[in-house]
Design a protein. Sequence first.
Lengths: 341, 528
Amino acid sequence: MSPFFRLLAKRLGTSLIVLIGVSLLIFAIARVIPGDPARIALGPNATAEAVLALREKLHLDASFLTQYGYFLADLARGDLGISLYTNRPVMTDIAQFLPATLELVLVSGLMMVAIGLPLGILSARRRGTWVDHTIRLVTMLGVSAPAFVWAVVLMLAFSYFLKIFPIAGRLSDSITVPSMTGFMLIDTLLAGNLRAFADAVWHLILPAFALALSGIGQAARLVRSNMVETYERPYIEMAEAYGFPEKRIARRYAFRPSLIPSLTIIGLDFAAMLGSAFLVEAVYAWPGLSRYGVAVILRKDLNAIVGTVLIISAMFLIVNIIVDILVSIINPRIRLSQRAS
Amino acid sequence: MTSVLKTIAAALLAATAFCAHANAETVLRLDESPVGELDPAKASDYADSILMFNLYDTLVIPKQGQPGYDPFLAASFESADGKTYTFKLRTDVKFQSGHPLTADDVVFSFDRMMKLGQGLSYLFENVEKAAAIDASTVKFTLKTVYAPFISALTRLPIVDKALVLQNLAEGEGDMKDWGQAYLSTHTAGTGAYTVVSHNPQEETVMAKNADYFLKVPAVAPDTVRLRYGLEAATVRTLIAQGEHEISSQWLPPEVLKSLAADGAQLLTEKGTTEFYIKLNTTKPPFDDLECRLAVTYAFDYESGVKMVAVSDQVSQGSPATGALPVGMLGALGGEPLKRDVEKAKEHLAKCKYKPEDMKVELTWIGEVPLEERFALLMQANFAEIGIQAEVRKLPWALFSEQVSKPENTPNISQVFVNTMSGDPDTLLYSMYHSSAAGTWMSPEYLKDAEVDALLEKGRTTLDEAERAKVYEAANKRLIALAPSIFAQDQTAVFAASNKVSVPALSDPAKAFALAGFGFNFRLMEMKQ
């Protein structure tokens, strides 16, 4: 087996073990949250008989392991049960809400890379100058304030005062587009409706930027510090002594080695956005999975809690696998170490 | 050059015509906190009620601007003995599916609600059965005389039986799932509005029912978008930008105040909800009546009302006179409850517990941040008479679990209770009858034979004037027993843009004594 596939198989194997562990953990934690899920689902005025019937239907009186067994059996059939919050299959809810969050997080991730990395590089190349100081100050602001603060500040500035961007939602009320993939940018293009596409982009910019700001700051600072460290290395000095152009030194000899640790952190940041998107989704009325996740936790919707956490964990693991693969491509030593092992 | 100018002018004219056409469609956008439940048999909270009152109709509805009920889907109704009620149905009503309304639909709607046992089905526990006499006559037989029955019918939406039977999903018995899956995403009513789309986390879009039996006025909104779970900051910005018409009642007073300052109108709904500070009568120190009376006199009612004031004229609370909101049957007239520190000290001196030995647990529901302010107000008020209270935040789920046992129930808890049908029975019986103890509505665990007897009499007295006297007596007895601090009558305040007029929420002569009924979209007027 080639080193690449060996690395992939290893990562997939460990991811599966992690997923099983997460499912057990979240299954247990969801049952520790105070309150009877059947009573919460049916409302404070439901009859005792209705509550008992629902408890029985959900196997809530069975032992923990029996309940987990039922869960695994259903999961094997692709059934995560019915959400007591929306009264629909959890899979339907996830299929409806996940694309909205993924779209938001993907665009935020793109912003993080497209803005954060160049800022970091520029800051490292102009280290010690006013450009460096300004970038460090701005990125510090991005890192120090949580995404929901930025969400409100950006909304006030660009929606309320300047009236440049819309306030809430994924599309203007006057536009309707048939949902095919759930990704508004793709659906509008598939529908051939460029006006709707532009409207979807217009709605996406502010929430995605609010969510990305912390990551942009993090990525810029990380790239800068790694590059500044690399600039101290003797081979950079040697490259300078050879008279290589400054741009080439930065791109080829300073940036590439600095990218490896940065990429790992950026990958983690990117995956973490899936969970932390909640507050941005709440402020911009974005109907995504993170918002759904918090709502189902508050209502002790057991099936939906487990389903949402599993999906977010799976996404986290997928992003990590992608990062591992990218790192192994950039750094052949990691790839080759698989062959040695 | 001239032809270019002509072309531009023509394009502008066409655009103007297009815009004029677009403007002809009126859209009402409003929001509510939780997810809206479309299934009318499960409707219980405010968002559900708004949906229910617009998508479905009921046999009777509350009278506008006065107490009592008018027939609605029923043409008339009668009862000779208070145990059986016969309703003649209107013959001109059709469901949105086109099926005509029949007595079978009424019986099915009742049976379905009772079988599911959710939402407000408890209002019909005293009903033995519903039976169709003929296609347009239906008879309800009660187990005993139950005076609030007619008011309860405002919560029995009539469902299209044929349509539901065509859409049964997996389940046990002949009725399978009773159409639960179908009705969680579709409507099967006669209502003035129909569902266009429903995303439980985003919004429900509704449009006028062109075939509505009463005809929906042209000025009523063509499309309604009921949005869910919007943040206060988002609603504030949306209304200010003209992208949202009516806020929910859950906005903090400061946000309402700033919207009003920007020119938004404030809509109000009164007389259906009261704010109760509940004292656990089974645990020290509030198992002693004198201690309970001490804290009821120590509480600063006036500051409580000022704390939730939105403007000089509008507040989210008004002074309470007793256990029932002012305006409701059995509510007491006269002076509102007032703070009297001297009396509080007198009662405290008679209490068998010494203030220095008391450790009062004062809780507030985590999901209702406003209650924290009342908790802090009480803490300061009680400290003035020497009672030390520890403020604790309690999530709703934990609170509703704790109150099932008196020993786990906090000394003090705070609850807003709303009458589900406009009848005092739905407030007082569920809170103070000894058989009802141990729910979120009754963490007082009050056991008093006189209160029980009065509340039972209230249920069986059919004469309205006589009933009013019974509830007034119960009200006075409750003030004397002080199981709760009757903190204030709640006023639901909604900020609204001036693009919409809602007479039922702005003119007392057109108001309805039923929470959420003022949100009948067909009674609203959109301004172009």
